[in-house]
Write a protein of this length. Structure first.
Length: 470
């Protein structure tokens, strides 16, 4: 009786005919992916409807069966959407949960859905469909962030601030120019996402378990209906490929790096020591004990998230490393890193856009910081080279002496008199005083890609054309 009971229980599973005993309960839980792959339900149903339509077109199943399958799958989609669907770990994954429910709804016609396909090509298709949609959304989110940065750069195209190297004042730049640097980074991120999407947009469906199928299927029909550019060329590669997921996570890692760099600057700029910007209150939090605090938590979280995304990338690469052809259960570990990466990077982008939109720069504090850092020292050295024909190394040395003089006098370079300067550079004239003015320094940086305000306005306009025209 025990044997018959076990057979009956296993025969209720889609793959149970081969087995005489039930899985260990712990193994059943360990083996199940429904806890996380239920997120693929929409893509699974979409792919199944198109697969069934192709089977009908090819006369592999009847039109009556196709209509039953399609109506049943649509009903299941509504049930899941309305939280009226009972997901079971005993049915392992989203594919078997949906198929089992389909059989409950329409009977034997539901058992014909899986003709000429395997869960191997099915899951690869589902993930590609899901990730394709998320890439499209993330790319749009990045475009919105670019738009916000460009608008801010136009608003503050001539606002002076220190440009830093080694986190020390180096040369004066404009706030708008600084923001446009991130527009360029994000532009590269968007182009990488577009490239990634293009490479993943091949349909695995019809590859079956690994060797293709003997049924007279039409893979081109399925590929076209699902919005893919073409079917995959090799059935073994199709079911084992997760390059597209690794590439997505690699691109996301670079996006996270860029966002983290900007987040770090927002943390620094909003600190009491700098006080260059005021972050919007809606993206800061208070302290449980110190009433005066306004902490840049959103920026700090964005700064930290790359570690999580890098970890997801390393996790999947480690899973794929040394896997023999074609599919192994190891590959079930692909979904959670993909899902988490997409969720995390999108949350980072949206929060960053919100912070930048509500950001208020504090110009006076930026100017004060500039005055303390001798930011026109390079301009002075260049002036000595061009106008007094002093070799650059000697000009560098003389400029250093003038900076020492300013430090001794506890004043800015702009505050030095011509007599002070002539003590070190006798040939200097009144023109040198104009060179030492910060505003003149910024305006002179008019080379292509430079920080001169007129350049910034032109660059912002050009960035709109490149990145926002669609």
């Amino acid at each position: 009786m025990k044997k018959n009971s076990s057979e009956k229980q296993n025969n209720s599973k889609i793959w149970g005919g081969r087995f005489l005993t039930s899985p260990n309960e712990l193994m059943e839980e360990f083996n199940s992916s429904i806890q996380f792959d239920k997120r693929l339900y929409n893509q699974d149903i979409e792919g199944s409807i198109v697969h069934a339509e192709m089977l009908c077109k090819q006369k592999i199943i009847s039109e009556t069966d196709f209509k039953l399958i399609k109506s049943g799958l649509k009903k299941i989609k509504t049930e899941i959407y309305n939280n009226n669907f009972n997901f079971s770990i005993k049915l392992e994954d989203i594919h078997m949960n949906i198929e089992n429910r389909l059989v409950d709804l329409i009977g034997d016609a539901g058992k014909k859905l899986h003709t000429a396909r395997s869960r191997n090509d099915q899951v690869a298709t589902d993930i590609k469909l899901w990730l394709r949609n998320r890439i499209d959304q993330i790319e749009l989110d990045l475009k919105l962030l670019q738009k916000t940065l460009i608008e801010k750069s136009e608003l503050y195209y001539d606002m002076l601030m220190p440009g830093y190297t080694h986190l020390q004042v180096a040369q004066p730049v404009t706030f708008g120019h600084h923001l446009l640097a991130y527009v360029e980074m994000i532009g590269r991120d968007r182009s990488r996402l577009i490239d990634c999407r293009k490479r993943l947009n091949e349909s695995p469906l019809g590859s079956a378990a690994l060797a293709g199928t003997s049924y007279p299927i039409d893979r081109d029909f399925v590929s076209h209906k699902l919005g893919f550019d073409k079917p995959t060329k090799n059935s073994m590669d199709a079911v084992s490929d997760r390059d597209f997921a690794v590439e997505f996570m690699s691109v996301s890692s670079l996006i996270a790096i860029h966002l983290s760099r900007l987040a770090e600057e927002l943390v620094i700029w909003s600190s009491d020591r700098f006080n260059f910007v005021k972050l919007p209150e809606s993206y800061t939090t208070g302290s449980s004990i110190m009433p005066q605090k306004r902490n840049p938590d959103a920026a700090e979280l964005i700064r930290a998230k790359p570690g999580r995304i890098f970890g997801n990338l390393l996790s999947l690469m480690t899973v794929l490393k040394s896997l023999p052809m074609t599919y192994g259960k190891d590959m079930q570990e692909d979904k959670e890193p993909i899902f988490d990466t997409a969720d995390t990077i999108e949350m980072c982008i949206m929060n960053m856009e919100g912070m930048i939109k509500g950001l208020e720069p504090i110009s006076n504090n930026m100017i004060d910081a500039l005055q303390k850092g001798f930011p026109t020292a390079t301009d002075l050295a260049d002036y000595l080279v061009i106008n007094l024909e002093i070799p650059f190394r000697d000009a560098h040395h003389l400029t250093g002496k003038i900076i020492l003089l300013a430090e001794e006098e506890n004043c800015t370079l702009e505050s030095l008199s011509l007599k002070d300067i002539q003590k070190i550079i006798p040939a200097a004239d009144y023109k040198i005083l104009e060179i030492l003015k910060i505003q003149n320094s910024v305006s002179s940086r008019n080379s292509y890609g430079g920080t001169a305000p007129k350049n910034v306005l032109k660059a912002a306009k050009e960035a709109k054309q490149r990145f926002l025209k669609d």
